[in-house]
Design a binder for this molecule. Structure first.
Ligand code: PEP
Ligand code: MG
Length: 574
């Protein structure tokens, strides 16, 4: 049995699909062949290129529903590199003249081409160097027959075991066969964990390297509630978990039936339950799960996995799609929050020792003013089609809010000049995710139209606990009394100045915390769509009076273990 951090509920049973480390190329680098093998090696290379070409077609086809058209163009770019005659000549030349094996010739040619592109010191060429690198890796996978991380090719119920999964791995997963995943890295609020919850796949993160013992094909059970992974279960364990799985699915059906019921407490207080999304297509999901709007659109995903910055038009289309799907329901569009664990090659971001405390989010936008304005114009234009609001991430002080608003005013003026319509009264709010902002909430509330508490970052900065570091994940605790006091302060200040306060960090998605947050006065809970029915059930099972009493009781308990026991007890009693 292995323990990990419970990242996404549910019970999954399947065979282990172990995603191997990337091909170790060192053994091939200098490997020579006898000259009698030259033709053979060239044929191997040609076949590997053909297999890679087919592979890109298959992945492009499979990703049609999950990637936008412009994102899918990546595969076309790869195919062009693959068929480039100069690249082909370089590889075959190295095999013929230097008697390198096909793998060695590919490695050498990729490195040479890459260094030529990089020497040009141009952003566009830097990206082409990345293309060459990706294509080279894929050819090596074909040549060595090593296990690729291609999760679209699964053919049986599987549980994925990996060091970590990139967004590219997860989008191409064949959902039908992925019954769960367990990864070595990450914490409860890492983006791998958030993606698992969005996809409703049981998952554990932060399992550490002990899960490397698991062999490809082992039968596995994953319990995403308790954070447990069982390898080679006994017949009794299997029977038990099949029963548990059945109960879980029955319970889930009951909860899902609440879809059209309001998020209202037993004594009639309405609570706004809304969704967090990362792609426009996910807006529909929020409605399907019975959400009242969107509390966080993480727009940085429009900037990832692509070759150039998204244009104003691309972004306008994405935001308009969300606005139109959600009709008059409020949708909060968060401006770019790149950096931290969401790096992009498109923006000049220096390598940093401490990226979560470095150049990210609003800090980048205030410097890259034109890029920021492009996004703001796109949001403003889309605001003519629905009920959009703008939210700035990572605000640490009043000056930053003012500077961001100033740029927003410039964007508005540019649209005015061209007579382009937009909502002139669009609300402008901020995320409260830095302790200084929480402490200055009374000041910020006077110049922001709403707050949304980002507990994922607020916890990591308040507790000095890296949200990605599995070694200290037990310290990452939103029930720490220091964090709870900050949350209370933010809510009280917002209400004192008459503005709405929501929460879009993962804390809002855990039904164990619902009564407490409700009792503290939170107006809006924003979460991955799959969690909406669970939190709705928790809201509908309590009275507001009870929740207020609970919150008072909790704030007088100083130890988070005791707080947890009280909250668990309350939830179970309901
Ligand atoms: C947060 O920090 O709580 C948040 C919602 O933002 P992200 O997880 O995207 O950093
Ligand atoms: Mg954040």
């Amino acid at each position: 049995m292995y323990k990990g951090i419970a990242a996404s509920r549910g019970i999954g049973i399947g065979k282990a699909f172990v995603v191997k480390e990337k091909t170790d190329t060192t053994v091939y680098r200098e490997k020579k062949i006898p000259d009698t093998e030259v033709d053979n090696e060239i044929t191997r290379f040609t076949k590997a290129v053909e297999a890679t070409d087919i592979y890109y077609d298959q992945v492009a086809e499979k990703s049609k529903d999950v990637l936008s058209e412009s994102e899918q163009q990546v595969f076309q770019a790869y195919k062009l590199v693959l068929k480039d005659p100069i690249f082909k000549d370089m590889v075959t030349g190295s095999i013929r003249d230097e008697l390198l094996c096909a793998e060695g010739a590919v490695i050498k040619s990729v490195e040479l081409t890459k260094s030529m592109f990089l020497a040009l010191n141009d952003e566009y060429m830097r990206q082409r160097a990345d293309d060459i690198d990706n294509v080279g890796k894929q050819i090596l996978i074909s040549l060595t027959g090593s296990q690729s991380t291609d999760l679209s090719m699964l053919t049986e119920d599987s549980i994925i075991i990996a060091e970590d999964l990139t967004p590219a791995d997860t989008v191409s997963m064949n959902r039908k066969f992925v019954k769960g995943f367990a990864v070595e890295k990450g914490g409860e609020t890492s983006h791998t964990a958030i993606i698992a919850r969005t996809m409703e796949i049981p998952a554990l993160v932060g399992c550490g390297d002990k899960i490397r013992d698991i062999s490809h094909g082992d039968t596995l059970i994953i319990d995403g509630q308790e954070g447990i992974l069982i390898a080679k279960p006994t017949p009794d364990e299997l029977k038990n978990y099949l029963e548990k799985q059945k109960q879980y699915l029955e319970e889930l059906e009951k909860i899902k039936a609440l879809k059209n019921e309001p998020g209202r407490t037993l004594d009639g207080k309405n609570v706004h339950l809304v969704g967090n999304i990362a792609k426009p297509e996910e807006a529909k999901e929020v409605l399907e799960k019975g959400g009242d709007g969107i509390g966080l659109f993480r727009t940085e995903f429009l900037y990832l996995n692509r070759k150039e910055l998204p244009s104003e038009e691309d972004q306008f289309k994405a935001y308009k799609e969300v606005a139109e799907v959600m009709k008059d329901r409020p949708c909060i569009i968060r401006t770019l929050d790149i950096g931290g664990d969401k790096q992009s090659a498109l923006i000049n971001m220096p390598k940093e020792d401490n990226p979560f405390m470095g150049y990210r989010a609003i800090r980048i936008c205030l410097k890259e003013k034109e890029m920021f304005k492009t996004q703001l114009r796109a949001i403003l234009r889309a605001s003519a089609y629905g009920n959009l609001k703008i939210m700035f991430p990572m605000i640490s002080c009043l000056e930053e809010l003012r500077a961001a608003k100033e740029i927003l005013n410039e964007a508005k003026a540019e649209l005015d000049e061209k007579n382009i319509p937009y909502n002139r009264d669009i609300q402008v709010g901020i995320m409260i995710e830095i302790p200084s902002a929480a402490m200055a909430a009374d000041i910020l509330a006077q110049e922001a139209d709403f707050f949304s508490i980002g507990t994922n970052d607020l916890c990591q900065y308040t507790l000095a606990v890296d949200r990605m570091n599995e070694n200290i994940s037990s310290l990452y605790n939103p029930l720490n009394i220091g964090v709870l006091r900050l949350i209370k302060r933010v809510i009280d200040c917002a209400h004192e100045f008459g503005i709405m306060v929501g929460m879009c960090g993962e804390m809002a998605s855990n039904p164990e915390y619902t009564s407490l947050l409700l009792g503290l006065g939170l107006d809006e809970f924003s979460m991955v769509p799959a969690s909406i029915p669970h939190v709705k059930q928790a809201v509908r099972n309590t009275t507001y009076d009870d929740a207020v009493n609970l919150a008072e009781e909790i704030l007088s308990v100083n130890e988070s273990d005791k707080i947890k026991t009280i909250l668990r007890g309350k939830l179970n009693a309901h």
